[in-house]
Design a protein around this ligand. Structure first.
Ligand SMILES: [Zn+2]
Ligand SMILES: [Zn+2]
Length: 392
């Protein structure tokens, strides 16, 4: 029972175990290699698909970082390759109809595997398209920027609206820390922000079980909490790209992904802090602006949600409050890694912020502290108070 708690991360693929939550969990990823120099494992991971064509997808940045090397390695090993390069200049690639459509156009019937070289957007886009086409994909990670590498959800944009349809798990993950440690600082901070968000995600999950009767898995929570502890203990070294700190960050992101895959929901990773982030992002996209990185937004949203827990302290079920540290402590943690600590600092304006507190709970049908505040008739009071505290 709970065997996964005794395994190192690279030992987790293919595991099935009986969990103390009452369910049987399995992690059906076929291969995972997280280590310095892991790119060398790519040809072997892709070997079962050698008879067909392999489509490799990157953008200009990820091509430079790891794509070129991945292509050379695959070509040297006799694979038949096609390449799709998104040339997006200085702007951010958006996982919308256009991006998904381009991948679909290139995924001709002879393609048997897609290899995505990148992080958030490329991973989500290729994950979504391959799920719809029932094709396997391998992700070669280029940044420790988010937790979706081994999860089965794919947050994409449809008609300007962000949603996270169920897609599928990657066939394999290459997490070469030699590439990952060269990621731009803002992506490292984003990944750290996404990890910090797990604090309120777990508190929300606990609340939803106790108040709303939702399912919860304590084994997943233990896994994530251990990874958080390791990551937070080296946070101050992220600014110097310390290899151990980067590896702990990437591992925390990946472990959260494993936890999501085990329970087939994003609860271990995502609570009300993600709803605020999605709300802001949709507003930016609607106005034609490039949104902030997902994890940067999640990071600054986390102390905001911690304030909700503080304001609701007298109504929280037993044991929930202790899962969420004081908002000032979370801000300190973000600052340790050099990440932004406030929505104001990243350009979220006062009215958008206020609206997100009032309506954020409608972003997805998931019980959270915001829904609880709404049900208890306190949402407006709390929203006005937090907005005034931060902006006035
Ligand atoms: Zn996230
Ligand atoms: Zn379980």
């Amino acid at each position: 029972m709970n065997e996964i708690l005794n395994l190192s991360i690279n030992e987790m693929p293919g595991l099935t175990f009986q969990c103390s939550c009452g369910k049987e969990h399995s992690f059906s990823l076929s291969g995972m290699s997280i280590r310095p120099g892991a790119i060398a494992d790519l040809p072997q991971m892709a070997a079962p698909f050698k008879a067909g064509t392999i489509l490799m997808v990157f953008d200009n940045n990820t091509y430079r970082v790891a794509g070129r090397q991945a292509v050379e390695l695959m070509a040297e090993n006799g694979f038949k390759l096609k390449e799709l390069l998104f040339d997006c200049g200085d702007s951010i690639l958006i996982p919308d109809e256009k991006t998904l459509g381009r991948i679909l156009q290139e995924a001709t019937p002879d393609v048997e595997l897609i290899i995505a070289v990148g992080s958030g957007v490329l991973n989500d886009s290729v994950k979504f398209v391959t799920a719809r086409m029932k094709l396997p994909y391998i992700i070669v990670a280029t940044a420790p920027s988010m937790d979706g590498y081994v999860s089965d959800g794919a947050p994409i944009i449809s008609n300007g609206y962000k949603y996270s349809p169920q897609a599928h798990l990657a066939y394999g993950l290459i997490g070469d820390t030699d590439f990952i440690k060269t990621a731009p600082q803002d992506l490292i901070q984003a990944g750290f922000g996404d990890v910090v968000g797990k604090i309120t995600a777990i508190a929300d999950w606990d609340l939803s079980k106790k108040v709303n009767g939702d399912y919860k898995c304590d084994t997943c929570i233990t896994m994530v909490e251990r990874a958080l502890e390791k990551c937070f203990s080296t946070a101050a070294l992220l600014k110097d790209r310390d290899p151990e700190a980067i590896e702990a960050l990437f591992e925390a992101l990946t472990i959260t992904g494993v936890a999501m895959a085990l329970v087939n929901i994003s609860r271990p990773a995502s609570g009300a802090e993600h709803m605020l982030s999605h709300f802001w992002e949709m507003d930016y996209i609607a106005r034609g602006l490039d949104p902030n990185h997902h994890g940067i937004q999640v990071g600054v949203a986390t102390p905001v949600i911690a304030r909700f827990f503080e304001e609701m302290a007298d109504l929280l079920p037993e044991g929930t409050a202790k899962l969420c540290p004081h908002h000032t402590e979370i801000e300190k943690l973000l600052a340790t890694a050099g990440a932004p600590t406030s929505p104001k600092e990243i350009g979220i304006d006062r009215e958008l912020f206020r609206q997100s507190l009032l309506q954020g709970y409608t972003v997805r049908p998931r019980y959270s502290i915001m829904q609880y505040a709404k049900d208890q008739g306190r949402l407006e009071m709390i929203a006005e108070k937090i907005t005034a505290d931060i902006y006035d």
